[in-house]
Design a protein around this ligand. Sequence first.
Ligand code: HEC
Length: 104
Amino acid sequence: MKTLCFLIITFSSLIFSSITQAASIYAGKVNAAAVCSQCHGVRAPSSESPFPSLAGRDEEYIKKALKQYQDKTRISEIMNNIAASLTDKDINNIANYYSRLKAE
Ligand code: HEC
């Protein structure tokens, strides 16, 4: 568990430092997927992954979850920070992208 926490913190700081460098790395679906997929997997995370898979999930569900992370009605240190950097357009693009991916 300690190792996992360490990995998550290292990962997040890497991601957040790249967020401050690029104004919007979420501009395109592909970029968003590249960022989100580092934790959520492109199609499915590895079986040991603690991160929920997003591929093939309901579009409205993904949007709702991201908005809840944004207004902090859903708490996750990682996702609250990530969602805070997303615009409504990013959320729509991402939800659309993942809902169309086939889960494996
Ligand atoms: C550093 C790792 C990490 C990254 C990068 C990441 N997430 Fe997450 N995400 C998590 C974790 C951990 C959870 C579970 C949090 C919880 O318990 O609510 C989660 C949960 C979610 C959920 C809720 C899933 C569910 O089953 O309810 C959505 C939607 C989501 N993330 C979308 C995204 C999107 C979109 C991106 C890219 C903009 C992203 N995440 C990037 C770690 C990450």
